[in-house]
Design a protein around this ligand. Sequence first.
Ligand code: SF4
Length: 419
Amino acid sequence: MLGEDMPGKIERQQRDFRSTGKLKQLMADHFHELADASMTGVRKIAWCTSVGPVELLRGMGFLVYFPENHAAMLGASRMAVESIPHANAIGYSPDICSYLTSDIGSFLRKKTPLTAAYQIASVPRPDVLVFNTNQCRDVKDWFAWYAREFQAPLLGIHTHRELGDIREYQVSDIARQMEEMVPALEEVAGEKLRRDRLEEAVSLSRDTSLLWKACLEMNASFPAPWTFFDATIHMGPAVVARGTRESVGYYEALLEELQERAAAGISTVAGERHRLYWEGMPIWGKLRSLSEQFSALNASVVASTYCNSWIFDQLDPADPFESMARAYTELFIVRDEAYKEQYISRCRDFYQFDGILFHDAKTCPNNSNNRYGMPERLMKRLGIPALTINGDLNDLRCYSEEQARTNIEAFMEQLEEAT
Ligand code: SF4
């Protein structure tokens, strides 16, 4: 444990990060570049799922837009709640992914959080949409709706799921699917895939991943210099700017700041008494209130599956297709229960948390790992308690704040008694 071998560290609480200014600038530049290209046609735009083959798209010269990032903004700004019924009205059930329903609903009602944040009227127009079903089938249906709306080509990778050990034929299959997309992408791009540009994007993506991983791993320190709630904000560039120099520069600066915080004993949570793991999607509209509640209870949420899911250290510019295929197949979300339990157990060894929070997201079964007995098995295996919080990523009608607060308080009392 890093913190324990640093005698003389002074514990100090500091919620603000000096990197936040850089983060805001990077995100603003990202959206303005897309908005300009959408208006002028100066660059072609590809829409991509958040764990889709962005490196390939950058290698083809596309600007890349991520609807899931926009959907998370809808959740965080709480615009999702008013948007979802518009998608329900055209036949998309309230029970399916609330990223999908809030995003399509927001398009239908012509209201986007990009307006308040960046004075941008609408999401950028796609020249092509590319999905990977490694997360779920919802992303395909989501992108298919926009493909019809914009009369733009839809391309996709169909992944293997429920995997234990990864087999070579699975990786080769995904690599071939990516290669088969190239001619169609070249047609839209109006130019050939340039190997040097692809290798550079893979290399920059790998650098981003390694830096992001190092930032997350700073929370092996006692006290943890930041929390899951901070990391969900600072992970924006790992999603939307993966494969660019800007994201690498950003995480170099953030890592330096986190190293300074850890060395000086600066943390987001004052007087850290308990350390927790968050399993599942964030509840975007309640990040602040949850963060404040845990902070008041002297509990740091030190690690999460969600933030770890943007670590793609398998990427290798010397072998772009195979390494992209491996990175996007070895993901937690496509693995079987045994793998997931082992993964969380390894995280426990590293981060030394004393409790697990499972978020059962009503509209995302793919990221709700509490439904087949995993909390019970992990409690037994690790000898620590777990709590399931019922809620949703974007649809706050599925979340009772009062109920969650009460359950969290009771859970923390249980942890106190065990101390
Ligand atoms: S993984 Fe969940 S949140 Fe993400 S797109 Fe699929 S259903 Fe939606």
